[in-house]
Write a protein that binds this ligand. Structure first.
Ligand code: GRF
Length: 202
C-alpha cells in the first residue's frame, strides 16, 4: 500500500509512522511526505531517509479551493491508498475530504469529542479534566469529527502545565498513530454506519 503523509511542522508523528513501517515491515511504503510549509522541520527527516518530498505552499494560492486542488494533484501523483495527516494545520475543503473519503486519517491531541480545534491541552487543564489524550480518526467534512479509530489516554497530574501535559500526550501519539495506520494497511478497519470496526488479527 502507498501512504502519503502530510505535515506542517515538526513532523514527529510522521517520523514515528515512518520508523514503525520500516521496523515492523508493514505491507506498505511511505510514498511521499508533503508539506504546506517549505520550512517544515519534518521535511529534513524525510529527505534524509530518501523519502520523496513535495511542498505545496498554501500562501501561494488565492483561495482554499485552489490550494486544495493543487494539494490533491501533488498527493495523487503518488497514487496513495492512504493519506495520513500528521500535524497538518490546514482546514480542508469538502471536495478534498470527499475525494479521500475512507482513506484519510488524522491525529488530534484530545479525547474527541472533547476539545476539537486548537489549544487542546490548555482547554483540558482549564476544564479541570483528570484525563486527557489523543484520538486517531477518519477525516470527514466536519473538523476533528469523523469515525474514531483509536484513542490513547494519559492522566492530568497536579502541577501540569500546557508543556508537561502536551509532552505526555505526544509520547502516546507516537505509539497510537503507528498502531492505527498499521490497522489500516492491514485492511483491518471497516467503517460501518459511521463507526469504525476493527477486525481481528488474521
Ligand atoms: C500533534 O500533537 C498532533 O496531534 C497535532 O499536531 C501535533 C503535531 O506534532 N495535530 P508533530 O508535527 O507530529 O510533531
Amino acid at each position: 500500500k502507498n501512504i502519503v503523509i502530510l505535515i506542517s511542522g515538526r513532523g514527529s508523528n510522521m517520523e514515528a509512522v515512518v520508523r514503525a513501517a520500516e521496523s515492523q515491515q508493514w505491507p506498505a511504503r511511505i510514498a511521499a511526505v508533503i508539506s504546506n510549509k517549505p520550512e517544515a522541520k519534518g521535511l529534513e527527516f524525510a529527505r534524509a531517509r530518501g523519502i520523496p518530498t513535495a511542498v505545496v505552499a498554501n500562501k501561494e494560492y488565492a483561495s482554499r479551493a485552489e490550494f486544495d486542488a493543487a494539494l490533491q494533484e501533488a498527493i495523487d501523483r503518488f497514487e496513495p491508498d492512504l493519506v495520513v495527516l500528521a500535524g497538518f494545520m490546514r482546514i480542508l475543503t469538502a471536495p478534498f475530504v470527499q475525494h479521500y473519503e475512507g482513506r484519510m486519517l488524522n491525529i488530534h491531541p484530545s479525547l474527541l469529542p472533547l476539545f476539537p480545534g486548537l489549544g487542546t491541552h490548555q482547554q483540558a487543564l482549564d476544564a479541570g479534566e483528570q484525563e486527557h489524550g489523543a484520538t486517531v480518526h477518519f477525516v470527514t467534512a466536519e473538523l476533528d469529527h469523523g469515525p474514531v479509530v483509536a484513542q490513547a489516554r494519559v492522566p492530568v497530574l497536579p502541577g501540569d502545565t500546557e508543556d508537561t501535559l502536551s509532552a505526555r500526550v505526544l509520547a502516546e501519539e507516537h505509539k497510537l498513530y503507528p498502531h492505527a495506520v498499521r490497522l489500516f494497511v492491514e485492511d483491518r478497519l471497516k467503517i460501518e454506519n459511521g463507526d469504525v470496526r476493527i477486525l481481528e488479527d488474521a
